[in-house]
Design a protein around this ligand. Structure first.
Ligand SMILES: Nc1ncnc2c1ncn2[C@@H]1O[C@H](COP(=O)(O)OP(=O)(O)O)[C@@H](O)[C@H]1O
Ligand SMILES: [Mg+2]
Length: 346
């Protein structure tokens, strides 16, 4: 039997195996070859379960799935290749009916699962932090009006002009704090939900950024135009993407290439919810990367690596993405930074 190509699956980071009606291997994607330390060429036509010293029970469950045409999920699967450490996996088995293909199996390392859980935990922590900051900002805002007003009254009573310098400092600083507090108290505008096309959002952001950085910034596009529209607030999404892209342009000092890429994502867990279909927008740049000192905290309010930065851009972007039940993550190293914005489509 020769190997079949399922070219779309070749690029997935999730390990995928496709078996025929006799539970023999038809296809493994490169991620599966890596996870199982197998080469598709060597195992094509072999019964999948027999590749593992402890694959018997799993094999029986696969037969059952096939017989009943019913998929299953196993959150705690252990499979061991002869001579290797046991692999702790989470798998999703789906019956398919496509030429000789009968079962499609996706595997994920449990570590990957743990990462998602850690991510969720961090989200909860973020929410608590944000709540704290909101309350604090309110408490600071309230007396600011009084301070500013009193300084103005005082100024009117002053008969020496040089003393007004001091009241001016009070007024100006109160104004500056006021602006900062307003930005900390993320807008309470009612979300305006409608259908939004992610590519329209990207194009709008692209236009705005090219206008802001007329020389030196290039924005490349790699869109999957088959992506359906999503439900959401267009302005919020524009703002979220704009903040991310603007950071990239700023980090590169206005010179460099940014790439916007959209892709379909299937079976993803976002903010504790599992979604069949989602979209992923990647914003990539080839700038210096996020300074290591703040890499773990860039989404926190007031964390900035930039002179004059407010440290609110990414906080706001994250808030807006979360309003859409999505998630935003970043990978960054010198020379390559990639923000992933995931938004559910159903
Ligand atoms: N693409 C990127 N490349 C390098 N650093 C980045 C990038 N995006 C964000 N950062 C870092 O994250 C920090 C926080 O960003 P943000 O929350 O938008 O606040 P601000 O832009 O006001 O500093 C930035 O100051 C910058 O140091
Ligand atoms: Mg910013």
């Amino acid at each position: 039997m020769s190997a079949v190509s399922f070219s779309g699956l070749d690029l997935l980071t999730t390990a995928v195996a496709i078996l025929d009606g006799n539970l023999k291997v038809i296809y493994l994607n490169p991620a599966a070859e890596t996870v199982f330390a197998l080469s598709l060429r060597n195992v094509v036509g072999h019964p999948f379960a027999e590749l593992f010293v402890d694959g018997r029970t799993f094999g029986q469950r696969l037969s059952q799935a096939l017989a009943e045409v019913r998929g299953f999920v196993d959150q705690e699967l252990t499979l061991t290749r002869p001579g290797y450490e046991p692999l702790h996996l989470n798998c999703v088995v789906t019956p398919v009916d496509m030429n000789t293909a009968a079962l499609l199996i996706e595997f994920r390392h449990i570590e990957q699962q743990l990462r998602i859980e850690r991510e969720t935990q961090r989200l909860t922590q973020h929410e608590a932090n944000r709540e704290l900051i909101r309350n604090l900002a309110h408490e600071i805002k309230n007396p600011l009006g009084g301070i500013r007003g009193s300084a103005q009254l005082l100024e009117r009573e002053l008969d020496r002009a040089d003393l007004c310098e001091y009241t001016q400092v009070i007024i100006k600083e109160a104004d500056r704090l006021q602006v900062l507090m307003d930005r900390l108290l993320t807008p309470h505008r009612r979300p305006q939900v409608g259908t939004v096309n992610i590519h329209e959002v990207c194009e709008r952001v692209r236009t705005l950024i090219l206008a802001e950085f007329p020389e030196g910034i290039q924005i490349m596009r790699d869109y999957d135009t088959s992506l359906p529209d999503l439900h959401g607030d267009r302005e919020q999404l524009i703002q979220a993407v704009l903040n991310v892209v603007r950071n990239a342009a700023q980090a590169m000092n206005g010179r460099g290439t940014i790439e916007l890429r959209t892709r379909v994502a299937r079976q993803v867990t976002l903010a504790k919810m599992r979604h069949k279909l989602a979209l992923e927008l990647q914003v990539m740049d080839n700038g210096p990367g996020i300074p290591e000192a703040i890499r773990d905290r860039v989404f926190y309010p007031l964390v900035s690596g930039r002179e004059g930065g407010s440290g609110l851009g990414l906080t706001l972007a994250q808030t807006f993405v979360q309003h859409h039940h999505g998630a935003i993550e970043v990978e960054s190293e010198p020379g390559r930074t990639c923000f992933h914005i995931m938004l559910p489509l159903q």
